[in-house]
Design a protein around this ligand. Structure first.
Ligand code: SDX
Length: 431
């Protein structure tokens, strides 16, 4: 971060404290409060970290007011239109766009790490068939630390790189296996002759009884969904991965923690919740009823796929995703998809409603992704596993960045204690 001579002055009673201000390459200045408790004996208070920068990073920049998302400086719409997921993975991991030779080497490495240890197949069989695939992914990814001991030493840079490659390569295999297990079909092994997205679709939809040919347009749409979900600054699941990593936990345990956090409907689970909401609405004539519920303070209902902690403008990913939804549905001949009709009318009605305008609630990345995924044949239970698969490169890039940060120390927030003051134990006969 850029050191400035600027300082913020904090006055408490008759004491004043100078707090250094650091300026970023993009975005707001930060006030450095690391010495505040030592100097003034006070904590700052920021539940939900709405105004807190937990780290410095060079990976992703978001401007929520302008609806901007940059990965290593490159705008998301350019990457979604001109790049592809594994090239974006290289960019996020190493900080620059690869040469053709570097990209070929990287893609070959990922392709040749897509199988998981055969013994790990048994983990899936310990779950009920109706287990949510996210439960399976949390369990199996965490269990990778029991198999890949040669890439759990986080102090070894080469082991960190091998773990990064293994996770990026194996997540599609694990997600596809979770899906196959949930529908009672046999696992399909990865194929090295297919690209990353086509391989995932093949592992999900191929069956031993006949050949399955991946439609290149669906593979392109799948790859674009991966790219749009790759990283997103210090969101809840990334912050979970960083906090887990700060204790020295191995990479597989940290990513399993990130998957667990992503599962929540306020975060990565919103794509599943959004499609279920669109189906519950069912027809455009019921939209006013649901918009009224979303505005009703006494009703906990929220429009899934709307709103964002950072974006107070359109989520740039949603814009690209909406274009992709039109393309995929046209290709599949389901452009008259009733769910898409409800989604487009709901978006129009919400954006015209003063409530959503004043609260700056716009469609986010999860609003259209579910429509595409369902049209591609995925059940809603696979939406968040696909999000987790895509976000693994972001989690692992942030994990690597934090481990290389000389300032890194274990994350240990404090609290505003509002409980009982000290009191003596009362024997049970006196209670
Ligand atoms: C993701 O952080 C990331 O970057 C996440 C993500 C990523 O790539 O990692 O972008 C992925 O998680 C996208 C968000 C997916 N979640 C949803 O779509 C669930 C629905 N959205 C809401 O739950 C909510 O908008 C959040 C959780 C996303 C953000 O909530 P905030 O920032 O904590 O805002 P808030 O809850 O304080 O809401 C502010 C106001 C409130 O009204 P008031 O109390 O001020 O009167 O807006 C209202 C809320 O009631 N509001 C909504 C709403 N979202 C917020 N009202 C109706 N419907 C909604 N969806």
């Amino acid at each position: 971060m850029a050191d400035t001579q600027k300082t913020a002055q904090l006055t408490i009673g008759d004491q004043s404290y100078d707090l250094p201000i650091h300026s970023p390459t993009e975005g707001p200045d930060v006030i450095d409060i690391r010495k505040l408790y030592g100097q003034a004996g006070v904590f700052t208070y920021d539940p939900g970290f709405t105004s807190t920068a937990a780290c410095d990073s060079t990976i992703t920049y978001i401007d929520g007011d302008a609806g901007v998302l940059l990965h290593r400086g490159y705008p998301i719409d350019q990457l979604a239109g001109k790049s592809h997921y594994l090239e974006v993975c290289f960019l996020l991991l190493y900080g620059y766009l690869p040469t053709a030779a570097e990209l070929e080497t990287f893609e070959n490495t990922i392709t040749r790490h897509t199988m998981i240890h055969e013994q790990m197949h048994n983990f899936f069989r310990g779950f009920r068939r109706d287990a949510h695939p996210m439960a399976t992914m949390v369990g199996v990814v965490g269990a990778m630390s029991a198999f890949y001991h040669d890439s759990t030493d986080i102090s070894d840079e080469r082991q960190r790189e091998i773990a990064s490659h293994r996770l990026i390569a194996k997540m599609p295999t694990i997600a596809a296996m979770a899906y196959k297990y949930s529908i009672g079909q046999p696992f399909v092994y990865p194929r090295n002759d297919l690209d990353y997205a086509a391989n995932f679709l093949h592992m999900c939809f191929a069956v031993p009884a006949e050949e399955y040919v991946v439609d290149p347009i669906l593979a392109r749409a799948m790859d674009r969904i991966f790219t749009l979900h790759a990283d997103h600054e210090q969101n809840a699941s990334t912050s979970t991965v960083r906090l887990a990593s700060s204790s020295g936990a191995n990479p597989f345990a940290c990513i399993a923690a990130g998957i667990a956090c992503l599962w929540g409907p306020a975060h990565g689970g919103a794509n599943q919740a959004c499609l279920e909401m669109l189906k519950e609405i069912g027809s455009v004539d019921r939209i006013p009823e649901y918009i009224a519920r979303a505005k009703d303070k006494n009703d906990p209902f929220r429009l899934m796929g709307f709103g964002h902690r950072v974006y107070k403008n359109f989520d740039p990913r949603a814009t690209v995703m909406k274009q992709s939804a039109d393309e995929v549905l046209d290709l599949l001949g389901v452009e008259n998809n009733p769910v898409l009709a409800v989604a487009k009318e709901l978006e129009r009605a919400a954006l015209e409603d003063p409530y959503f305008a004043e609260k700056k609630l716009f469609p986010n990345v999860d609003f259209y992704s579910g429509i595409i995924l369902e049209a591609m044949g995925f059940p809603t239970s696979m939406f968040t596993p696909i999000f987790a698969l895509s976000r693994t490169v972001g989690w692992i890039s942030q994990w690597k960045e934090q481990l290389a940060d000389p300032q890194m120390k274990i994350g240990r927030p404090r609290q505003l204690y509002m409980g009982e003051t000290a009191r003596d134990y009362v024997d049970i006969e006196n209670r």
